[in-house]
Ligand binder design. Structure first.
Ligand code: SAM
Length: 218
């Protein structure tokens, strides 16, 4: 298994990052612990590695980004992950968010639309011993072959809430998805109470890269 250097300095920087997230309003101790546990610098190119513990999004190639830690923490907190939950993440990207879900004890199914990112992240996380279920393709309509899910997390900005995602949730399941235009999106949490009753909650605005594909931006 691949062993990367996680120095005393990195651990200190992570502690500071967790303090920042706490001050910004993240309360879920399990989420903060997961962020404190996972070395974010492992997910960066060496050229940008010194920025890994800034609360900012950074490029990961293919025009995509690793989300800002606050965004990861906010979405994860909304998702209310419990150990054993079957979670679909749409937008694998660097694999950082998927790894946080894994640390929280979820069975993570993650789908990525960019082939190069899919290949790179699958190889890298497997080497690190972080075993997620990886899929390549358009996740804008979910992953019907693996449904139903306890939770679905969309990590790219969508133009609508795809109906197919609500269909693929179990009763009691939660969908967290940023919805808006190409520049800014409102964070939504949809809880499936029954097959026909969905509770929708709205949170702050965020700026994600666009969700592409059939139910995304074309
Ligand atoms: N969760 C990622 C991480 O931890 O690094 C951040 C993801 S980045 C903000 C959004 C990702 O969604 C990009 O990697 C992008 O290629 C992917 N994406 C966009 N549209 C998609 C689609 N229809 N299906 C799957 N992935 C998609």
């Amino acid at each position: 298994m691949l062993k990367l250097d996680d120095s005393y300095r990195h651990k200190g920087q992570r502690k500071e990052l967790v303090k920042t997230l706490s001050k910004k309003g993240i309360k879920d101790e399990a989420v903060l612990n997961a962020i404190n546990t996972l070395p974010r610098h492992f997910f960066f190119d060496t050229a940008l590695g010194s920025h890994a513990y800034e609360d900012k999004a950074f490029p990961i190639g293919e025009g995509q980004t690793i989300s800002q830690p606050y965004t990861v923490a906010f979405q994860t907190e909304l998702l209310q992950v419990k150990p054993g939950d079957k979670v679909l993440e749409i937008g694998t990207g660097s694999g950082y968010q998927g790894s946080i879900l894994h640390i929280l004890g979820a069975e993570v199914h993650t789908i990525e639309y960019q082939k190069k990112l899919y290949d790179r992240t699958r190889k890298f996380l497997t080497k690190l011993g972080i075993n997620l279920h990886f899929y390549f393709g358009d996740g804008s309509q979910g992953l019907p072959s693996q449904a139903p899910f306890d939770k679905i997390l969309v990590t790219a900005g969508a133009p609508i809430v795809p109906n197919s995602l609500l269909k693929q949730l179990k009763i009691g399941g939660i969908l967290v998805i940023p919805v808006g235009d190409r520049k800014t999106q409102k964070m939504l949490r949809l809880t499936k109470k029954t097959t026909t009753k969905i509770i929708k909650e709205e949170f702050a605005n965020f700026a994600f890269v666009p969700l592409l594909g059939a139910d995304g931006w074309r």
